[in-house]
Design a protein around this ligand. Sequence first.
Ligand SMILES: [Zn+2]
Length: 212
Amino acid sequence: MIKESNLVAEDAVFREVVPAGDYFMKVVKAGQTFRILDLEGNQAADTLFYKADDPSERYSAVDTVREQGNVYLTTGTNLMSNECNVMLEIVADTCGRHDTLGGACATESNTVRYALDKKCMHACRDSWMLAVAENEEFGMTKRDITHNINFFMNVPITKDGGLTFEDGLSAPGKYVEMKAQMDTIVLISNCPQLNNPCNAYNPTPIEVLVWD
Ligand SMILES: [Zn+2]
């Protein structure tokens, strides 16, 4: 569901542009609202969430889909943890649909899906691995990297239940905004994917904004 936000960028307490292929890893506090802004359109922001003081509690696609009875994420979706607690609520969304079924790109899946010579291409899983290695204070390892949300990515389900990767529905300036219900580690890989149309074969920057 499309819903615009009343928050204005000038009031944000934090702003950071994340280039394509880079990661973002910071804590958003309970009560804060944060926005992922698709600066140039059709970008995919592959995102994981963890409870800040216990990362073993983390975003669960399964619990989120079951609790809301719908596979697409948009305004009103409660993003649930593996312990069935609400981590964040999507409170505004000008894109209208986000995926949590398609998973993230990895060098292995690039090889299987596209070609052997894609093995050395940069992938979201690499960015997450780099993030947990460079941010030891969170006490996470590669075992903490699980199923994710692909913000701005369009993965419609066919009548037969098949998954298809389609052109994104997003456009320059579209955004999704979430209010944190607990102190949450936000880990985003701004997807470097060049092989599927999720980002129009052209990875571009995103911006993260936070309001108190
Ligand atoms: Zn990716």
